[in-house]
Design a protein around this ligand. Structure first.
Ligand code: NAP
Length: 309
């Protein structure tokens, strides 16, 4: 397998990656997915997924990842478990350097995703999925009619708080400064929705044994602390795109995401970006999967152009 030339090399085996692989092989191309750990990407760490169509009962994220992998492999896509260490997009075919050697691809689809930034508090990891969450659209329904705290002051945190205000009994927004980073129109909407905003406040600790029972708030100006009982803490302090390896090779925006529209084309011909790793408004499993299909289609057109050249 080492040094084999593939028509399409997909980097990352989440929903974008395996959808790109599925569409690529079904169009008659040789496709390999380079994945470092296991299929599914971020969704593999999500216990129950309720917002992916076709599953009237919640589906386990790890299982959905495996199903996506099996669906692509059924048509001949290969999975190579390898840690990607670098790229050479100037070579023809393009080179991907990995822990398992060098792989060559005529077209490359980057699907390495993004990960939620963590607060880094003790017990944060332990209580993830037990009250600590990073995605309101994914996990909000688990806290219907309960009390939720959202941490952050950006568009995502404000959007999450508004979303949760439609589901939860009580929503608090905790922000470390006295103004939102979010677009100004959010402030009025948050107030109208009854979201209680705690300005100049940090989350000092997460309380609860087996599940979240509250948070300890700390006023960053006075140092005063107070307990706030709650059922969920949604941490919405930004995401980190997995783009270190492509920095300087494809254009990134100020937040580090690969600049690419719905056609998934990056600044480098023959290199495409799909899923959470690219600039986009809504980062969800279904939008990642949609990107995968668009990227495979764009790669197909690129390869056809090259063949005809
Ligand atoms: P963001 O804009 O970077 O905001 C992150 C927020 O988290 C900021 O308020 C920041 O506080 C706070 N924060 C960061 N680190 C923290 C820490 N350690 N402890 C406590 N608070 C912390 O991230 P985002 O809201 O996820 O948005 C990411 C990008 O997507 C932005 O460009 C955003 O505009 C865009 N977006 C757009 C939409 C939309 O257009 N509808 C929706 C969602 C996201 P400070 O303000 O003090 O730095």
């Amino acid at each position: 397998m080492k040094d084999r030339i593939y028509d399409i090399l997909v980097i990352g085996g989440g929903p974008a990656g395996y959808t790109a692989a599925l569409y690529g092989v079904r169009s008659g191309f040789s496709v390999a997915v380079l994945e470092k750990l296991s299929p599914g990407g971020q969704m593999a760490a999500t216990g129950e997924i309720e917002n992916y169509p076709g599953f009237p009962d919640p589906v386990d994220g790890f299982e959905l990842g495996e199903r996506m992998q099996a669906g692509a492999e059924r048509f001949g896509a290969e999975t190579v478990y390898a840690d990607v260490q670098g790229f050479d997009f100037t070579a023809e075919p393009k080179k991907v350097l990995t822990s398992e050697g060098e792989f060559l691809g005529r077209a490359i689809i980057l699907c390495m995703g993004a990960s939620a930034r963590q607060l880094g508090l003790p017990r944060e990891t332990e209580l993830t999925g037990r009250g600590v969450a990073y995605c309101a659209h994914c996990d909000g329904q688990f806290y219907k009619d309960k009390c939720a705290v959202v941490n952050g002051g950006g568009n995502s945190a404000a959007g999450d708080a508004l979303y949760l205000a439609r589901i939860c009994r009580e929503v608090h927004l905790v922000h470390r400064r006295d103004t939102l980073r979010a677009a100004p129109l959010y402030l009025r909407r948050l107030k109208e929705a009854g979201v209680r905003i705690h300005w100049n406040t940090a989350i000092a600790a997460i309380e609860g044994e087996k599940k979240v029972s509250g948070v300890r708030l700390r006023n960053v100006l006075t140092g005063a602390t107070e307990e706030l009982p709650c059922d969920a803490l949604f941490i919405s302090i930004g995401r980190k795109p997995e783009t270190e390896l492509v920095a300087g090779k494809v254009a990134l925006d100020g937040a580090g995401y690969i600049v690419a529209g719905e056609d998934t084309k990056t600044s480098v011909p023959g290199v495409f970006a799909a899923g959470d790793i690219r600039t986009k408004a809504l980062r969800q499993i279904i939008t990642a999967a949609a990107d995968g299909a668009c990227a495979a289609h764009a790669a197909e057109l690129w390869l056809a152009d090259r063949a005809g050249a």
